[in-house]
Design a protein around this ligand. Structure first.
Ligand code: AMP
Length: 212
């Protein structure tokens, strides 16, 4: 099964993605993770991420193209953070068609603007991948990860003026994808305001239906 996760920054895509790939035994393809890794050695990517803007379509599509050539995606994959523009969605359509595979569903984790702002402002992360929120999901010991004890930090692109830009970019460039996938009958909207276990149940129940 091949799925796409769509939603604004702060919707919980990363959290849900981890749970989905674990449950369904498919591969997690996060362009955000790929570019966060790339930014360590690539000054251009680093600058783009710190501005809250999108990496150019051509670069992103090439990354995904290469990634989809690897054997592990044959067991199914979950695209998290891709596509993010209409151009990327069209390129993905052509790519999956050429590979004779299909996207089974696009899950939109639906949250409103205020919720997105609150969640990103409070988000703290750990180098081990754990996520917290100082308002709603604080660690047992302030500033320390429950799992590995490391110091928590704020993602640099979560800082105030950058996340405002990321939300604006989402509204402008990514939101049109909702209509795009609705028209082709792939869109499944889940209520992202519910707690994460509930959101996961909503997604899982739809995903399971594709397995039968
Ligand atoms: P994310 O963790 O998905 O919010 O991604 C972090 C940053 O990586 C974004 O703000 C973009 O700068 C870049 N990025 C991730 N995915 C894409 C994409 N599909 N297209 C363009 N830029 C992307």
């Amino acid at each position: 099964m091949n799925f796409i996760l769509l939603g604004p920054p702060g919707a919980g895509k990363g959290t849900q993605a981890k749970k989905i790939v674990e449950k369904f035994g498919i591969v997690h393809l996060s362009t955000g993770d790929i570019f966060r890794e790339a930014k360590k050695s690539d000054k251009v990517i680093s600058k783009i991420l710190l501005s809250g803007q999108l990496v150019p379509d051509k670069i992103v599509v090439d990354v995904i193209k290469k990634r989809l050539e690897r054997d592990d995606v044959k067991k199914g994959f979950l695209l998290d953070g891709f596509p993010r523009t209409l151009k990327q969605a069209e390129e993905l359509d052509a790519l999956v068609e050429s590979k004779n595979i299909k996207i089974n569903a696009v899950f939109l984790i639906d949250i409103n603007f205020e919720e997105a702002v609150n969640r990103i402002a409070g988000r703290r992360v750990c180098k081990c991948g754990a996520n917290y929120n100082i308002a709603t999901l604080s660690p047992k010991k302030a500033g320390k990860c429950d799992s590995c004890g490391s110091e928590l930090f704020q993602r640099s692109d979560d800082e105030k003026n950058v996340f405002r830009e990321r939300l604006a970019v989402y509204e402008r460039q990514t939101k049109p994808l909702i209509e795009y996938y609705k028209e082709v009958g792939l869109l499944i909207v889940v209520d992202g305001l519910k707690d994460k276990e509930n959101v996961f149940r909503q997604i899982s129940s739809h995903a399971l239906a594709f397995m039968q």
